[in-house]
Design a protein around this ligand. Structure first.
Ligand code: ADP
Ligand code: ASP
Ligand code: MG
Length: 469
């Protein structure tokens, strides 16, 4: 391709009502002298509603499941009414009617065969992105842009891990074959995020928040100029703004810092977004669709990133920790392999690991398989489980070479019980566990220590303190 395209991904909060759709149209229009591919999530809250409708169907009440979506279909219709002309509106209304009928039939099948729910859940939840992308295509067209609606299932090919599908290599060729001719003809393709399909054509999804990942996959396949993630905050912030209202935008992050933040809970980016972009060195920019003039965050290679400082605090609550204690571990080989095989067998991902001479502690995010995991672990040693823990992660390239960071972090929260301390393998994060009940306080205090008190003197003091502590 002669000019590289820009991928612009809009999240659910950027398309929650008619004003938000108009706003997205303005943002895409002002970028459109460049080549653009638009990726869009389901309208805000609709994915949650679709997923809980599936649960109602599994419980056996298909009519209640279908009825529970009435309000959300109404929201779509209201947006269509407000932003589309009569022809486009009629087409969209018939798409809604078609979706409603198909979902009704799918709910009936789920209610009759609840055990087959995984593929059907993806089939149902995909309507969120299918409808938002059709609606956005029409809105952009009404705004004078030459757009084409593309079903993402023709681009992103995955395995059959429904709910958290893994893209396959053929995605690149499929994406190029579908999109390059359109882009070269001056069209703006509009693609639903989050959804994909297997080689046999069954619908899959990439995991919650997966539209960011779709944007990265498509951007990588097209060797994009930039992947832009448009959301409801001005970039990646120094902490979760719901916990720390004073959190502020980080202007530049390295890929590694962004990946660690996303992995350890910064919801603004899906954790799988960074790797594909990093492989091709494609810049990722996180921008605010409600304040499009604000600079947001630029994520680039480490070498281009800003000075060596602590950049942010991420956290993930509701974590379970498991400790396995066994004298067999002492000086023996093969023990850790046996231990990890148990988690492997039960398809349970482990986030943080710390070891002592006779015990291993692990943290797991999804504890649903724990009832099966524990008996297998008990064959290896005594098992202790703790629920309701929070992983806190302090992230920044500054951790690489600055002495005293750990002392400063832990002296700030010296009265809070901390466990499983580890400096990440990438050495850009310092991670530890606290109880969920103390998480907010931990993050607020660390934020105050590292990021608040905005005078230059304060900042110099902090830097000097980091070196001296
Ligand atoms: P979208 O619908 O655009 O995908 P998300 O809700 O998935 O938006 O992600 C944006 C939200 O992530 C923000 O509104 C914010 O509450 C949350 N968030 C958590 N940690 C951070 C952080 N460090 N920086 C920015 N936002 C964060
Ligand atoms: N709509 C999906 C979700 O809510 C994907 C996304 O928004 O990124 O998880
Ligand atoms: Mg998201």
């Amino acid at each position: 391709m002669t000019t590289k395209p820009t991928i612009m991904k809009f999240g659910g909060t950027s398309v929650e009502d008619s004003e938000a759709f108009r706003n997205v149209a303005r943002i895409v229009n002002s970028a459109s002298p460049q080549r653009v591919v638009v990726v869009v999530s389901a309208i805000g809250g609709f994915t949650d509603a679709l997923l809980s409708s599936v649960e109602k169907a599994i419980d056996g009440d298909a009519p209640a499941a279908t009825r529970s979506l009435d309000q959300d279909f109404e929201r779509h219709l209201v947006i269509g009414k407000r932003v589309l002309g009569s022809e486009a509106r009629a087409a969209f209304e018939s798409a809604i009617a078609g979706a409603r009928n198909q979902i009704r039939e799918l709910h009936k099948i789920v209610a009759a065969h609840p055990s087959t729910n995984a593929p059907l859940r993806d089939e149902i939840v995909a309507f969120g992105e299918l409808l938002s992308s059709q609606l956005l295509t029409a809105v952009l067209r009404e705004n004078g842009l030459a757009t084409s609606y593309i079903d993402a299932r023709r681009l992103i090919k995955t395995d059959e891990s429904y709910g958290a599908a893994v893209p396959l290599a053929e995605t690149t060729a499929a994406t190029q074959a579908e999109l390059v001719p359109l882009i070269e003809a001056g069209e703006t393709p509009v693609v639903g995020g989050f959804i994909a399909s297997t080689a046999k054509g069954a619908t899959t999804t990439l995991g919650r928040g997966g539209s960011d990942y779709s944007a990265a996959i498509i951007g990588t396949a097209l060797d994009a100029r930039e992947i832009q993630i448009w959301t409801d905050v001005s970039g990646v912030l120094t902490a979760d703004p719901r916990v720390v209202p004073a959190a502020r935008t980080i202007p530049v992050l390295s890929y590694q810092e962004a990946a660690e933040l996303a992995y350890f809970g910064a919801k603004v980016l899906h954790p799988k977004t960074i790797q594909p972009a990093m492989d091709r060195k494609i810049p990722v920019r996180v921008c605010n669709s409600r304040a499009p003039r604000e600079a947001g965050t630029l994520i680039v290679s480490e070498s281009e990133a800003t000075p060596q400082t602590i950049k942010a605090i991420a956290h993930k609550s509701g974590i379970t920790t498991v400790q396995i204690t066994s004298a067999r571990m002492l000086g023996a080989y093969g023990f850790l392999r046996a231990l990890f095989e148990v988690f492997d067998r039960h398809q349970t991902a482990v986030d943080v690991v710390t070891t002592s001479e006779v015990s291993v502690s692990l943290s797991i995010d999804d504890a649903s398989a724990l009832p099966e995991v524990i008996p297998d672990l008990e064959k290896l040693g005594a098992v202790e489980v703790e629920e309701g823990r929070t992983i806190v992660s302090v992230v920044g390239e500054g951790l690489r070479g600055t002495p005293g960071i750990a002392a400063r972090v832990f002296s700030t929260i010296s009265d809070i019980n901390v466990s499983m301390i580890s400096v990440g393998a990438s050495s850009v994060n310092l991670t530890f566990m606290v109880d969920d009940a103390r998480a907010r306080e931990t993050i607020v205090r660390l934020h105050r220590t590292y990021f608040e008190g905005g005078t230059l003197e304060d900042r110099i003091d902090r830097t000097v303190a980091d070196v001296l502590v």
